[in-house]
Every structure is written in structure tokens, then in C-alpha cells.
Design a protein around this ligand. Structure first.
Ligand code: SF4
Length: 247
């Protein structure tokens, strides 16, 4: 497990909690608008902490922090994620997991073992162009084992179904979220997503922001007014849909 970053305190990452955020390196997707290209392309060179460093910090801050966010990269690529989260849970933290939803078996395992309390899952696009938007269709890229494969889309659908229909909202929260990119998403995208995740409890649209770390520079954002039009498309199927972090 590559521990590439630790944000020691955040009020933003875990709703209603003061949390720390742990960044794990590596991802099985190659979303071209990814803001964490350093964690994708050469994660080993960014491994800055050991597991013990992270656990020691969490032990020390037990009286101040209530939550831990596990993000990446894609945390579920690590088979030893349950072992790490079990140690975090022993410290009595609530755990939020950010995931691209590519490993429904891991999500189910973590849920059943009560190692996660909240999952924020990306919805990259509607099913018809999901693999393209997740960067899994480039024949030159052999770094992702699911390139060209519809198996990945089936896994994403399984994760969506599991979160929506097989979790207990009395003890567990999920959200879906989409980073909206002008060159990759359109009104049709949100018609498709609205049909797909109809009835989702929480769904947020976030605006793309250009940064130095973006994997393939050159994308752009929609205006707030344009994003609000997408919200109107989604509302009949997902009444709670909202913008997040949009200026
Ligand atoms: S944005 Fe895409 S490529 Fe980047 S970490 Fe998330 S899933 Fe992986």
C-alpha cells in the first residue's frame, strides 16, 4: 500500500466531521481530466509515509478528529485495504472512502465488515461513454488491465446497485458525484445518468478545475448557469441533486 499523502485536518472532505485525509497512490483508471496525475503515473516515488506514520498520527489526534477519509488514486486496488481500515477502526474513527467503483467486491467486503461508514463514488459519465471518460479505451495504454473491456462497466453498475439497494442507511451513507467537463459531458450525459441512478439519495455535480497536475491539460469547465441546467435535467429522477464547490 503506497501512502502518498496526509492532509492532517480537513473540514471539507467528510461532511459534518473534522477529518484527516489519507492519499493512496495508484489507480486502475486514466480519466484524462484527473487532477492527481502524480499519484497515477509514478506513485512509488510519492510514497511519503508508512502505515505506522499514519496510524500514529491518528492515535495522537483521536480527541480532535472524528473521521478519516481514504482517497487516491483508487484505494480499492489494494487487497490489504481491509487490514488497514481495521486498524483505523480500532482507533474509533468514522471512515469515508472515495472510490471509482471499480471493485464492488471490495466495497461489499468493507461494508459487511463495518470498516466504512460513508462511500463517495464517482459517476464518470453515462454508461454509453463511461469507458472513454474513464480513460480505458486507449489502445496505446497498457497500464490498465481493463482497457477495451465491458467487464469494467459491469463492475461499475454492480457498485452503483450495491450502494443504492443493499446498504442500510441507518448505519451507512453513500453519495455519487460527477466532475463535469465541457469537452466530455453534455445534456445527454445527464439524461442518461438520471435514468441510470434514478432515486439516488445524494448526487453532486462538481465543476472541472484546470491545474498543473491534470493528466491531459486543455479541458474546460461549464459556467454555473450551464451546470444549473444539468441540475434541472436530473431533478425529476434525483430530487436531491446539487452543485458542490462551484463558484
Ligand atoms: S480521477 Fe480517474 S484516474 Fe484520477 S484517481 Fe480518480 S478514478 Fe483514478
Amino acid at each position: 500500500m503506497l501512502f502518498c499523502g496526509l492532509q492532517k485536518t480537513t473540514l471539507l472532505d467528510y461532511p459534518e466531521h473534522v477529518a484527516a485525509t489519507v492519499f493512496l497512490g495508484g489507480c486502475n483508471f486514466r480519466c484524462p481530466y484527473c487532477q492527481n496525475s502524480d499519484l497515477l503515473l509514478d506513485p512509488a516515488s510519492y510514497a511519503a509515509y508508512t502505515k505506522q506514520d499514519i496510524l500514529s498520527y491518528l492515535q495522537k489526534r483521536k480527541n480532535i478528529l472524528t473521521g478519516v477519509c481514504i482517497t487516491g488514486g483508487e484505494p480499492t486496488i489494494y487487497h490489504d485495504l481491509p487490514d488497514f481500515l481495521a486498524e483505523v477502526k480500532e482507533l474509533d474513527y468514522l471512515v469515508k472512502l472515495d472510490s471509482n467503483g471499480s471493485n464492488p467486491f471490495m466495497l461489499q467486503t468493507l461494508y459487511e465488515q463495518k470498516l466504512i461508514d460513508y462511500v463517495a463514488m464517482d459517476i464518470k459519465s453515462g454508461p454509453s461513454d463511461y469507458l472513454k471518460v474513464a480513460g480505458l479505451t486507449d489502445p496505446a495504454d497498457h497500464s490498465t488491465s481493463y482497457a477495451f473491456s465491458d467487464e469494467m462497466l459491469a463492475r461499475i453498475r454492480e457498485s452503483v446497485y450495491f450502494l443504492m439497494h443493499e446498504t442500510d442507511e441507518k448505519r451507512f451513507t453513500y453519495e455519487f458525484r460527477t466532475t463535469v467537463v465541457r469537452e466530455l459531458h453534455s445534456a445527454d450525459t445527464f439524461r442518461e445518468i438520471g435514468d441510470w441512478i434514478k432515486g439516488a439519495k445524494r448526487y453532486f455535480l462538481q465543476s472541472y478545475k484546470e491545474s498543473e497536475q491534470v493528466l491531459c491539460p486543455g479541458f474546460s469547465a461549464y459556467s454555473r448557469m450551464e451546470l444549473e441546467k444539468f441540475i434541472e435535467i436530473l431533478k425529476p429522477n434525483i430530487p436531491s441533486v446539487a452543485l458542490r464547490g462551484v463558484d
